[in-house]
Design a protein around this ligand. Sequence first.
Ligand SMILES: [Zn+2]
Length: 511
Amino acid sequence: MRSKVSSSSPSQQQLSLVSPPVFAGVCRCFVGVSRCRSDPRGPQWTGYAAVMSSLLLLLLPLFILTPTTALEFRYHRNGEIEKYLRDISTSNPDIAHVYSIGRSVRGQQLWVLVLSLSPRHHSIGIPEFKYVANMHGNEVLGRVLLLQLIDDLVRGHRNKEAWSVQLLNSTRIHILPTMNPDGFDDAGTHCQFSQGRFNHNGVDLNRNFPDAFAGKRQQGQFVEETQEAEVRAVIGWLRSETFVLSANLHGGALVASYPYDNSNGGSEQVGGASVTPDNDVFVHLAKVYSYNHGSMHRGDSCKDGLSFNDGITNGYQWYALKGGMQDYNYVWAQCLEVTLEVSCCKFPPKDQLPALWTENREALLAFIRQVHLGVKGRVFDSFGVPVQNAVVEVKGRSNICLFRTDKHGEYYRLLLPGNYTFTVTYPGHQVLTETLDVPHGPDRYSALKHDFLLRRAADNSTHYTPTEFSPTPTCNYTLNVEGRCGAVATPTWTGVSAALGLWAALRFLSD
Ligand SMILES: [Zn+2]
């Protein structure tokens, strides 16, 4: 399961020897040297310039062979991260673009850098991917890893390295290095303590998202304005882009954790886990990370008594939590998100950062490529027009909120190789059922492309409408209305979580 990335891509050290700097302001330009020959300051000056030119030409190979200024391994302050992202965007406008998704409670911008051949706009058929780090302000390795990842991808693309070119040609990658900059500013550097974990209001952001298992009554209490600023920013972000795959980087353990994090004691509970309809895909995604990581797959690397088979776990099976971000991404935004615990120590000493980057680099790249699993395409109505909100279901996978086409009429469905029966429904059109043979997409940097062409219903008898159908996709866009979510019976909160809540509290400091 090891990624081929490492064998085909140069090491960080090799890259730094041959690549141009990606930090703006580091200049190695010698273009002006030859122009001194016609300098008006006279022949003596010209002769001096010629000697200097020759000297510089002799020294040029030494400059080129000197390692370029790679991104320093240290904990950059929030302002430094902003400058770095802006510099990358300015220096590489063809592949990079920086934008903010909102502000923290103390008003700090939540900056995102997007890397893609089309950095400013979505392109049809190009899946949107995202990485988020530093949601807990004192879990800081993710910030470092994502900045190094940006540095690596940009440098690789500039050097026309296949591993980077293919990734940016096929994928739009959004990177949010810090979701909780206020918490980072307050963070202690202890390995296990929680100083800086919360946002400025003392709220744990990974408990502040609307929860699909909270039941109708509690769902009805969610009013967006009452969510924390950082959470509202992420919810708005999920509305603005149709993300397909995502990971959220934490620290304090070494494991890839996948949904669900919560349960209401219904049929989702299997053997102590709370499993999604896409559990096979989630297990695969988590293993891609753990087995491409230097040690995560061994499962016992933190030596704290906890062991995880293959270095992965179902979130609920580890410990239950309400209001987590990965459940929200999956249930409400049809984005498969995994929570990556990337370091036993929440605030690793600075001198360990290069080794920790080496441990995580292949895994970070291999995980992005999984956005090309499964099938993608558009749904067209009887006039050949792409339609929004068409329901695209896969037999045997009843999502709480049905997956629907976006404003471009696109759908993306992450699936492992195999045969799958799709059902597509749209008002006024016949139900369309097709079976597709799905190959392994990541090797080709593309999911199987398949468009669904709908036919107009002859009469109402053939017009099937899902019971929950609404012309607007309520699961994705509305938080505070009861009973709007999905084909599966709306979950009801049973109170089973009381004991789980106690367990969660005990585990509170360890994620
Ligand atoms: Zn955390």
